[in-house]
Design a protein around this ligand. Structure first.
Ligand code: MLT
Length: 406
C-alpha cells in the first residue's frame, strides 16, 4: 500500500491563515449582520495601476495573433522582465545582479517553500521567532524540522532566534551554527527591519560558517529609513552566501496575478556546486513559468509612469500604517512596526493571550487580526494588523478598537 509523507502528519493544526479564515467564517455564520473589517491576511486592496493594465491589455491582444502568440515561455522568466528587474531593482541601487541570476516565479511564498528542494534534509535550519509560517511548515514537510513539541510550540530540530521587544525584534546569530538561515526584512510579522550594519554581521557569519542565508525581502518597497538595505546584495560578501526572494504582490498589487522572483548569484557555491545551477534544474523540471501577460504587466512597473503609479499605492498603505499606529497609541496600546513595513505588531493588554485578544477584537470591534502566537512562541502576547486595507475601512477599524479601550 502507498505510504504518505508522514512528515505532514506531524504538522500541528492547519496553516495559520486558513485557521484565521475559519474563525472569521465561524463568527460571521453566527453573526451574519457583523460587518467585519479584515486587517488579517496581508492581501492588497488597491487595483492594478493603469500602466500595468495597459501592458496586460496589449499582451492579451498579442496572444490573439499568429505573430504575437506566446506558448510556453522560458521557465526562468522572459528576458525583458529579467533585464528590467536587473536594471530597475539592482543596477539603479548600484548593485550588480545579472539577468541570469534572476528566476521569475509565481510567488515568494512558493519560492520560499520550494527552495528547500535544493538542500539536503539533514541541514540545520534557523528561523526567527516569530516567523512567517511557510519557512517552518515547508521544512517540516521535508523532514528537516524533526518532531513538533506541542508544549513548547516548537520543532526540535529547528533553531529559533527570538525576536522580541528587548532586542528590537532583530535576530541575533545563534551559538549553534545553522546551515540554512531564514531572514526576513522588512519583517513579517513584526514589521521590524535589519539595519545595514547588522546585516553585514549576518553575511560575515554565514560566509565564515558556510551557511546560506535565505533572505526574504518581499516588503522592500515599504522601506523608508536610510540605514536599511533594500537588498542583501547591497552588503559586501552577500553574493557568496545569500539567496534573495522578492515579490510583485505587495509592491504592485499582484497577489491575484502571481509574479515574484528569486535571485541566486553565480558566486554562491556549496560543496563545489553552484546553487544557481541546482535552482535552474529544479525550476526547469517542476515549473513552466509565469504567464506572458502577467510578466508584461510586471515589467510595466519599471517604466517612469509605472513607478510613479505604484509609488502612489504604496504611499496609500503607508498612510494607513500611520492611522493605525497613531490611533492605537492614542488608545493607550503599544505597537511596533509600520514605519518601514506594512505590518503593525500590536502588544496585547497585560495577561491577554494572542488568540484570546484576536477573538475579543473580532467579537467586540468586528475587526479581524492575525494572532501573534500563530507565528511562533515569541509571538505570544501580540496580534498583527495589516495596512493593506481600504483607507476608510482602516480608519473605522481603528476607531472601533479605540472604543473598546476608552
Ligand atoms: C501574510 O499575510 O503574511 C501574507 O499575505 C501571506 C503571504 O504573502 O503569503
Amino acid at each position: 500500500m502507498v505510504k504518505v509523507n508522514e512528515n505532514f502528519l506531524k504538522l500541528p493544526g492547519s496553516y495559520l491563515f486558513s485557521e484565521v479564515a475559519r474563525r472569521i467564517n465561524a463568527y460571521t455564520a453566527v453573526h451574519p449582520e457583523a460587518k467585519i473589517i479584515k486587517l488579517s491576511i496581508g492581501d492588497v486592496t488597491r487595483p492594478l495601476v493603469p500602466e500595468v493594465i495597459k501592458a496586460m491589455h496589449a499582451a492579451v491582444e498579442e496572444q490573439g495573433t499568429i505573430e504575437g502568440f506566446h506558448g510556453y515561455g522560458p521557465e526562468q522568466g522572459y528576458e525583458f522582465l529579467r533585464e528590467a528587474i536587473a536594471q530597475g531593482d539592482y543596477a539603479a541601487r548600484g548593485v550588480d545582479v545579472q539577468p541570469g541570476e534572476i528566476f521569475v516565479s509565481d510567488g515568494a511564498k512558493s519560492d520560499c517553500g520550494n527552495i528547500g528542494d535544493i538542500f539536503g534534509v539533514d541541514n540545520v535550519v534557523a528561523v526567527c521567532d516569530p516567523v512567517y509560517p511557510v519557512y517552518v511548515d515547508t521544512n517540516a514537510m521535508a523532514g528537516r524540522a524533526g518532531e513538533y513539541q506541542e508544549a513548547l510550540g516548537k520543532w526540535n530540530r529547528l533553531i529559533y532566534m527570538p525576536c522580541v521587544e528587548e532586542n528590537g525584534f532583530s535576530p541575533e546569530p545563534p551559538k549553534e551554527i545553522p546551515d540554512i538561515i531564514y531572514l526576513c526584512s522588512p519583517n513579517n510579522p513584526t514589521g521590524a527591519v535589519i539595519s545595514r550594519e547588522k546585516l553585514k554581521v549576518w553575511v560575515d557569519y554565514a560566509n565564515a560558517h558556510g551557511s546560506v542565508i535565505l533572505y526574504d525581502s518581499a516588503y522592500e518597497a515599504f522601506i523608508t529609513s536610510e540605514d536599511v538595505p533594500h537588498t542583501i546584495f547591497e552588503i559586501d560578501g552577500a553574493r557568496t552566501c545569500a539567496i534573495e526572494f522578492r515579490s510583485f504582490s505587495k509592491t504592485a498589487g499582484f497577489t491575484g496575478n502571481r509574479c515574484a522572483y528569486t535571485v541566486v548569484p553565480m558566486d554562491l557555491e556549496r560543496g563545489g556546486v553552484k546553487l544557481n545551477t541546482l535552482w535552474n534544474r529544479r525550476q526547469t523540471t517542476k515549473f513552466n513559468g509565469v504567464p506572458y501577460v502577467v510578466q508584461r504587466g510586471a515589467a510595466a512597473i519599471y517604466t517612469k509612469e509605472g513607478r510613479k503609479q505604484i509609488r502612489a499605492n504604496i504611499d496609500y498603505y503607508r498612510a494607513n500604517a500611520k492611522v493605525i499606529r497613531e490611533g492605537l497609541a492614542s488608545a493607550g496600546l503599544t505597537c511596533f512596526g509600520g514605519v518601514d513595513a506594512p505590518y503593525i505588531w500590536l502588544k496585547t493588554p497585560e495577561g491577554v493571550g494572542s488568540w484570546e485578544f484576536f477573538d475579543r477584537i473580532l467579537a467586540e470591534a468586528n475587526v479581524a487580526t492575525t494572532p501573534g502566537a500563530g507565528f511562533g512562541p515569541s509571538g505570544e502576547g501580540y496580534v498583527r494588523l495589516t495596512t493593506f486595507g481600504d483607507a476608510e475601512d482602516t480608519r473605522t477599524a481603528v476607531e472601533r478598537v479605540r472604543n473598546m479601550f476608552q
